[in-house]
Write a protein that binds this ligand. Structure first.
Ligand code: 5GP
Length: 185
């Protein structure tokens, strides 16, 4: 894994694909234990969560359903905090054990909004599973139930996460290189 250039910025290797796999194995084990026999409904938040949702459910040999929704809150490398309504949710949520699947929880604003919209539909239970969590950036109050990996407060790409559309296909996770560092390397 070497540095990669996406649009105007450089990114350096941060989490290897193997580390990520191990973390997903662990969190999948936790989910399996918790939801066996409950037929959970996993709701991935697009676009970023496509990778984690797929990696997660292929490890879950329990009865479960998978669906995806879309919201929009991020432009460039800073969270705008603006979130639109849920798009694409056709499944009946009432009475179901719902697990929202996120690529990353940063400030937690997107998640709080998604969770409140889903809570209005009266699920039997509502939890969140995220590939990455930035504890230093999190300003929310909801517990983050299932976390694959905690990361510092830096902009990252790879494994579903993008920089203006690029980088979602990178294996593992890459961290942004500050402009002054790129100039000297
Ligand atoms: P929040 O509402 O928690 O601040 O932001 C959540 C959304 O912002 C995530 O679903 C993701 O799309 C985007 N986001 C937050 N931090 C990062 C990051 O470090 N890298 C990328 N690529 N997207 C991020």
């Amino acid at each position: 894994m070497g540095k990669v250039h996406l649009h105007d910025r450089w990114f350096e290797p941060f989490i290897t694909p193997q580390e990520l796999e191990r973390a997903i194995d662990r969190v999948a084990g936790e989910l399996k234990q918790h939801y066996a026999g409950k037929r959970p409904l996993f709701i991935g938040v697009l676009n970023g969560a496509f990778f984690f949702a797929a990696e997660l459910v292929k490890r879950l040999d329990i009865e479960c359903e998978v669906s995806f929704i879309k919201v929009a809150s991020y432009h460039g490398t800073a969270s705008t905090g603006k979130v639109s309504d849920l798009i694409g949710l056709n499944e009946r949520v009432e009475g179901r054990h719902v697990v929202v699947v996120e690529d990353i929880v940063d400030t937690g604003r997107t998640l709080a909004h998604v969770m409140s919209l889903l809570a209005e539909r009266h699920p039997a239970s509502l939890a969140v599973a995220t590939l990455l969590f930035k504890p230093e950036a999190y300003t929310g109050t909801l517990p983050i139930d299932f976390i694959a990996l905690r990361v510092p407060n830096a902009f990252v790409v790879g494994s579903g996460l993008d920089h203006n559309g690029l980088g979602r296909n990178l294996p593992g996770i890459y961290r942004i290189v500050q402009s002054d560092q790129t100039a000297s390397s």
